[in-house]
Write a protein that binds this ligand. Sequence first.
Ligand code: KMH
Ligand code: ZN
Length: 436
Amino acid sequence: MIGTKVALRMRMSAHDAHYAGELVDGARLLALFGDLATELLVRLDGDEGLFRAYESVEFLAPVFAGDFVEATAELVAVGNTSRKIRFEAQKVITNARFLGMRGAPSTAEVLAEPVVVARATGTCVVPKALQRSPRELYPPGLPAGPAPATAAPIVTPPEGAREDARDVVLTAAIVGAELTREQTPHLPLTPEEVAAEAARCCEAGAAIVHLHVRADDGKNTQSAERFTRVIEAIRQRCDVIVQTSTGGAIGMSVAERTGPLACRPEMATLNCGTINFGDDVFINSRPDIRRVAAAIRAAGVVPELECYEVGHVEEALSLAAEGLVAAPFHFQFVLGVRGAIPAREEVVHFMRSFVPHGSTWGVAAVGRSQQPMTELAMRLGGNARVGLEDNIYLSKGVLAEGSAPLVARAAAYARSIGREPVDAARARDILGLSRV
Ligand code: KMH
Ligand code: ZN
């Protein structure tokens, strides 16, 4: 999956030296890059694939016999058959004579700072017929699971979409259904308050607002009229993708929950299974999931697949096989709900290993796990959801003054690791909303 890294460390020997002064030729480094690309393809596809082209190659410092070179490769984009890879090689140990130091010919030094000796980007291809089903992929160390019940749909990413591994789509979950003003005074309730908070989150870096709305008494409602009023108020303030909830509040009927679809939002959640939800049960029976999926499809709305357990990802793929959900798929791993799968790093690795190529995925973690899981998801190339619906604290004992500070913190972290939160327009391209 995007963000997967592999590494090799090699000592350059006298056999590798080609030019005067025991200089190693650049082709030797490209051979290391070739081996790394092969390992990435084997891990991803179960096939060695073919190296098609280097888009760029830079040799930045000389390499000599005796140097230890550490080379890394990172998968940065996955197309239909193409896999784009970024390479880097660093010298970590060198023979002392190349540092101008005296000593025996065998004297060598560990470099205080590794020296980058080469960088490259290249594209490999694996023909479709040779690609392994993504759902057969499990991270190293985890036991292989049972064979999937249905064939994994392999998705062709639309042109221009999902090619930039820098892009990150941030979602702000600003209201929720269960939260009360007693828990936090910063919860927006009226249409004006909700719209103002949506605009603040948009300004802070959110491309999507995950929306629940409240009636005048503060209780959760799935009324299309109320959603229309709130969505119009949001539209007047900012351009953000509105993703309405079809989860609603615990105990609501399917008819009630699908109410907001009448507003034809750009996205809506599709909850892919039942879980214990704290001391309640959030019921999504298989027939009900199909009813909600059909309603979303009939409304021409793009679903986000809410998965609270790994089995829910499998269920989402079944919906795709039944034609109820169309590619490209957007998964949200909702982690840390009390009574469901915990917010842990290995869970993220495991759940995303089920996600077909060409899908997007993100993490929405609950409570104090929100920040570390958001940051993990972004490091792994995924997207993230933050906001009061899932977590009301900025830090231990300090309430977040709305969802915007949580979005701002996630956006700052994204930038610190070289990723960029996208605006709604770019998110529409990435998620395929523009073509609906
Ligand atoms: N209120 C939760 C029971 C969704 O928005 O789709 C369900 C929920 C999920 O919030
Ligand atoms: Zn929700």
